[in-house]
Design a protein. Structure first.
Length: 166
């Protein structure tokens, strides 16, 4: 009887952990179930912006951020996305050192001849290279902020995948 209670309690624990876990976007762009499970902060807001992060491996994640004003800035978008990131303050502004735990470790934020995070903006289904830093960006409804971790020799990196809309 006692072992039956332990099994039942363990099963309940596993179910409650599974129900409370945060869904993530799949790195497989053809996954139909992933598009309906995109995490979104404030999904009931009138406007939505997206963050897409593509790792050097090709795996990628995305998040959705709901907002009420006409525009949302890049800093707020990143902060509300829930995606881990680290910055360093430089004379020119904030340099992004790490996004979604890539690179795993770093001593110097933007060392020469090392991989770096390339920044893009997506609007109306088209990516473009960001003209400045992420803190300078203003996103409207449906726009996206895109990060792609690229090799140092990649001077004209391709853009990350387009976000899936909620």
């Amino acid at each position: 009887m006692r072992s039956g209670l332990v099994v039942a309690a363990f099963s309940l624990l596993v179910v409650s952990i599974g129900c409370g876990s945060q869904p993530t976007a799949s790195s497989n762009p053809t996954s139909a179930s992933a598009s309906s499970r995109i995490p979104c902060a404030d999904i009931k807001a009138p406007h939505h912006a997206y963050v897409v992060v593509q790792h050097m491996s090709g795996d990628w994640i995305q998040r959705c951020i709901g907002f009420a004003p006409t525009y949302i800035d890049g800093q707020t978008t990143m902060d509300r996305s829930g995606i881990q990131y680290q910055v360093q303050y430089l004379e020119a502004g904030k340099a992004v050192c790490q996004v979604d735990l890539e690179p795993r470790q770093y001593r110097e934020c933007v060392p020469p001849n090392s991989p770096r995070w390339a920044l893009f903006i997506e609007s109306q289904g088209r990516w473009s290279k960001a003209p400045g830093g992420y803190t300078d960006i203003q996103l409207g409804d449906g726009d996206a902020l895109g990060w792609r971790y690229v090799r140092p020799e990649d001077q004209a990196p391709g853009s990350p995948p387009l976000p899936r809309r909620v």
